[in-house]
Write a protein of this length. Structure first.
Length: 255
């Protein structure tokens, strides 16, 4: 089976699974059987990625978490596995296999969510596990963004946008860590890591199927056009979110 074959069909299979899961959970919600997830209730949703979509993602991942529990995977093993898969995603993205890269990035995100599920289910929550999970989250995100950076290395504008996205992503994560350390209650940014990953993964999965489209009356015909537009919008949104949080923190500390 060739990589090009996987690059074309793997995203389609994943998108079908996501659509079925969404419709299934929507049916449950309409029937009054909407589920409660402690992590979702704790973190909530944002304008960009609503609470309902967060519930759908947990609904999808619950069977995967149960499978890892049966196979006796520890949370740290699953976390480590997510990093290796993310590294593979970055590698294939850098070589232009965007659909396959998006699929691998989606699987890495699944593992990142499942490790916490298994930890809570088996009562294996530890301080090191939490620290290791956060460390690996940033490492996984770096691998994927590095692959995109390499992909756009010959396009100056998209290269700058990719660098800006990487800078904003890590500044946002570092700012969150500082806020927790200082005990400052300044809310969350509107473009957190789950939002960044969700939009990046979705754009990677679908970009090869839309080589030409219209955006605000402007014809876009470049290779990876959906991904290109996503990178530009995310670069702006992520850094805007960081600046808004800095302003809010300043106002809180100055009051």
């Amino acid at each position: 089976m060739s990589f090009q074959y996987l690059n074309f069909w793997f995203p389609i299979v994943l998108l079908i699974i996501i659509l079925i899961s969404f419709l299934w959970y929507l049916g449950l919600a309409l029937a009054g059987r909407r589920k409660q997830y402690k992590r979702v209730e704790q973190d909530g949703g944002t304008v960009i990625l609503g609470k309902f979509l967060m519930e759908v993602s947990h609904f999808m991942m619950t069977p995967v978490g149960n499978l890892f529990s049966v196979l006796k995977f520890t949370p740290n093993m699953i976390t480590s596995l997510s990093v290796f898969v993310a590294a593979g995603a970055g590698f294939v993205i850098a070589h232009g296999l965007l659909g396959l890269g998006g699929g691998l990035a989606a699987i890495a995100s699944i593992f990142d969510l499942v490790d916490g599920m298994v930890a809570r289910k088996k009562n294996l929550l530890t301080k090191f596990g939490k620290l290791y999970d956060s460390f690996c989250d940033r490492l996984s995100e770096f691998f994927i963004l590095a692959g995109i950076l390499f992909l756009f290395r010959e396009n100056t504008f998209l290269l700058i946008c990719s660098i800006a996205l990487i800078a904003g992503s890590f500044l946002g994560s570092y700012l969150s860590a500082l806020v927790r350390e200082q005990g400052v209650h300044a809310g969350r940014g509107f473009m957190r890591r789950p939002e960044r990953v969700a939009y990046l993964v979705f754009s990677l999965l679908v970009t090869q199927y839309f080589p030409h489209f219209e955006l605000w009356g402007l014809s876009v015909q470049t290779e990876g056009s959906v991904l290109s537009v996503t990178i530009i919008l995310l670069a702006v949104a992520v850094n805007l979110s960081v600046l808004m949080r800095v302003r809010k923190i300043y106002l809180v500390l100055s009051s």
